[in-house]
Design a protein around this ligand. Sequence first.
Ligand code: MN
Length: 202
Amino acid sequence: MAHEVPPLPYDYSALEPHIDTETMHLHHDKHHQAYVTNLNGAIEKHPDLGKHSAEDLLRNLNSVPEDVRTVVRNNGGGHVNHSMFWTIMKPSGGGEPTGAIGEQIKKDFGSFDDFKKQFNETTAKQFGSGWGWLLWDGKLKIATTPNQDSPLSQGHYPILGNDVWEHAYYLKYQNRRPEYLAAWWNTVNWAEINKRFEHAKK
Ligand code: MN
């Protein structure tokens, strides 16, 4: 079965004022859809790939036929990254992290404010398009990837990730990426991030 863009789990306007409605429409309906369309195009050329989840394709990029490997890396990555992104945000989100991830952040970074500062500084410096990530490697680790590269391809299940492609913020924040990064924490869904933390530790 062909891959599909999952519906947004809330209204397009639900993350206002931090993420504007028009950005959500373009980002979800156009950008995410394009990744899915291109991924499906690669699978049409190699129908065997359709037996695997997009996550599994990214975990085993070297098993993907060479003529579509870059397409799968970029567009499978785009699909999986954005599918995560919509679920780790919610209306009236943000606040202090709860549960196990809240405790682990304190343990590994000292405080939530210190963690946010490090995450925002590291991610602001990602040159060009990419993502900022929180990963589990025996302890919490902040990382970035260029383009749509997924941490799954490096053996890491991302606990959370923020999209720093200009399409994620340019309409509202223009060139002010740090302002977007700071505001984004007001949207995060800590319950979902706790679920992902559990999964990452397995
Ligand atoms: Mn994006």
